[in-house]
Design a protein around this ligand. Structure first.
Ligand SMILES: *Cc1c(COP(=O)(O)O)cnc(C)c1O
Length: 442
């Protein structure tokens, strides 16, 4: 056996150190990672009940694609799709159309592909060229849409920010559409400031475009975060399949869906919205099971624990969890605005997420300095610069998730007030501490 004190790290040792020693070694090493509960940067779930840990461990070996071997896991996936179709008001049908994915990125790729295929069918039927598809979205799109465009050769048409409009505007979206537009991606919950894009208004602007110019542009809603928030705490907001123009929706089960990474969901409003030639049949108990996915094998445990969360919390449970996050986020936003030097860019009235900046008269320190100081106590609060045309705006962002308590919020406020007071007491400007990152990708 190799020495337990000194196993090689980057090549396979001739002899291993044994399961128990390896477990001790690796679990101690991972203590060096940041504390997930103090991470106010990520949208991804960092707390689940202990029953989820148990069920995940019990289902780790189940391969999601192996519907023949694990028909009950497949059944649980299809129940989750039905639950989401109902939650997002898909038209009633005998079978909801959708699937689980590894996250919103894969789900967005599938939604985008369906849009591209359907656009191509329409163009071919009209005898029109199919070389130059484009997709319209706000410049605040998550990086998965830029990936989608690059990987599948679609021109991204991104609407810049303007003044205090930090998301896609309806008129601006419609103005960029033409006969080569495969769809508009609207975001329910921008990662930059947590605000919802006006899906219903965008749909109206596209209705007008169809009336005036005969161009029919579908909408895909990237509801990575909002798909699990709006139905519970903003039920009156119409953003989903209630809008006929909304053809598909993605969401991350591992964000406000309250499951550890990685599970996401892609749903279409009906079978017509998903072109048949994108679907592959896998053998399923002698019958056929349609699948639509970029990958093949993946664990069943995240899908199973998504169903655990649906079953254990129910509608009222999800509402309570999201409302609590929202209340804490709004409380934090109001308290931070009251400290003095900060201005709110958003106030957590959509997602339990808000961004804030420094008032223009603050010249001795930047949001990047504030982020660095908070990190000394373990708080991860990212600072970043907005994209075009608001590169002048640098912000801090806080994401409140299940697991953040009022006590933790008050500890964060105490630390932020103390650091801010110290920074305010500076006689002159701090030297630039580090390169100021302009893109922030989650
Ligand atoms: C997080 C996020 C994504 C990517 O989701 P993953 O589940 O991490 O792949 C896409 N779009 C938006 C709006 C997001 O917030």
């Amino acid at each position: 056996m190799a020495s337990i004190d000194d196993p090689p790290l980057r090549r396979l040792a001739e002899d291993g150190i044994g399961h128990e020693a390896a477990y001790e070694l690796i679990s101690s090493e991972l203590l060096l990672d940041g504390s997930a509960r103090l991470n106010l940067a990520t949208f991804v779930t960092t707390w689940m009940p202990s029953q989820a840990d148990r069920l995940m461990a019990q289902t780790a070996e189940k391969n999601m694609i192996d519907k023949d071997e694990y028909p009950q896991t497949a059944e649980i996936e299809s129940r989750c799709v039905e639950i989401l179709a109902d939650l997002w008001h898909a038209p009633p049908s005998d079978q909801a159309t959708g699937c689980s994915t590894t996250g919103s990125s894969e789900a967005a790729m599938l939604g985008g592909l369906a849009l591209k295929w359907r656009w191509r069918e329409r163009m071919r039927a009209a005898g029109a060229p199919t070389e130059r598809p484009n997709l319209v979205a706000g410049i605040n799109v998550q990086v998965c849409w830029e990936k989608f465009c690059r990987y599948w050769d679609v021109e991204p048409r991104l609407v810049a920010m303007e003044g205090e409009r930090y998301t896609l505007g309806a008129a601006e979206a419609a103005a960029l559409c033409d006969e080569n537009t495969i769809g508009v991606a609207a975001i329910l919950g921008s990662t930059f400031d947590g605000s919802y894009e006006p899906v219903a208004e965008i749909a109206q602007a596209l209705d007008a475009l169809q009336r005036d110019k005969g161009i029919d542009v579908p909408i895909h809603v990237d509801a990575a975060s909002g798909g699990f928030v709006a139905p519970f705490i903003q039920p009156e907001l119409v953003w989903d399949f209630r809008i006929p123009r909304v053809q598909s929706i993605n969401a991350s089960g591992h964000k406000y869906g309250l499951v550890y990474p990685g599970v996401g969901w892609a749903l279409w409003r009906d079978r017509d919205a998903l072109p048949a030639d994108l679907i592959f049949d896998v053998n399923y108990l002698g019958g056929h099971m349609p699948t639509f996915a970029l990958n093949f094998s993946r664990p069943g445990s995240e899908v199973v624990t998504q169903y655990l969360m649906f079953t254990s919390l129910g509608h009222s449970g999800y509402r309570a969890v999201q409302q609590r996050s929202s209340d804490i986020a709004r409380y934090l936003a109001a308290q931070i605005a009251a400290i003095g030097p900060y201005d709110l860019v958003s106030d957590a009235s959509d997602l339990p997420v808000f961004a804030f900046t420094l008032k223009p008269e603050v010249t001795n320190y930047t949001v990047f300095d504030v982020s660095d100081r908070l990190r000394e106590r373990g708080w991860l609060v990212p600072a970043y610069t907005f994209p075009a045309n608001r590169e002048d705006l640098s912000v801090l962002r806080i994401v409140v998730r299940a697991g953040m308590s009022h006590e933790m919020a008050d500890l964060l406020l105490r630390d932020l007030r103390a650091h801010t007071a110290a920074l305010e007491a500076l006689d002159g400007p701090l030297p630039a501490s580090r390169p100021q990152v302009s893109a922030f990708a989650h």
